[in-house]
Design a protein around this ligand. Sequence first.
Ligand SMILES: [Fe+2]
Length: 251
Amino acid sequence: MAEANRPLKLAALADLHVEETSVEPYRRLFAEISQKADVLALCGDLTNLGKPAEAEILAEELRSCTIPMVGILGNHDYESGQVAEVERILRDAGLHLLENHIHEEKGVAFVGVKGFAGGFGSRMLTAFGEEIVKRFVAETVAEATRLENGLRVARAERIVVLLHYAPIIDTIAGEPAEVFPFLGSSRLAETIDRFEVSLVLHGHAHNTPQCGGSQPQLNRLHEQGGDFASLRARPPMPLLQSLLAAPTVRL
Ligand SMILES: [Fe+2]
């Protein structure tokens, strides 16, 4: 079977929020995923406060994962201003951090950026008025541009996009409406819609019904993807099987 037509079983996690006090928080799950999936995708907020010590704990967990791992960072991973060190620790543990890189696995190209906020549709924040508002919008546009640059050079027939922030409003239903503008931006979706993308995964929203509400444990949700939280799928989709487990902690 040609590589482009071969099924790929993808396990996706977001918002792990590993803390300094976490004790083997994902070891069993990563070992189990390694038996069931071909690739593990991590959609940001891998650490709780972006501390290298938290990244070191996650790195030990990642070493129990024996399948290829791709991922991006989330807003929490920036909290302590030590992103470069956090990235280095996670890369050393075998995680392919996407951001400015594309990783290809079994004929599927993984493209990813963190993304940013700003709201959705006609209610998106626009670059008008105060300088600080313009800088906020410029950050969203910059993230969308980085995503566009990745999508332009991805050559695989199947492309999976990883984001932390949501590209559409539909997958954040269940969160308080007051925070919707802080959960993502349609500018990400506008970029994605210009390319043939098979699957989009994002994190950042913890309280959608599909994410299991406020339960502190990981919840394995839907296999054979297509209708789970933080996922946007369009044809050609059937070749990608998905397995989602989403922990629920604060944004
Ligand atoms: Fe987040």
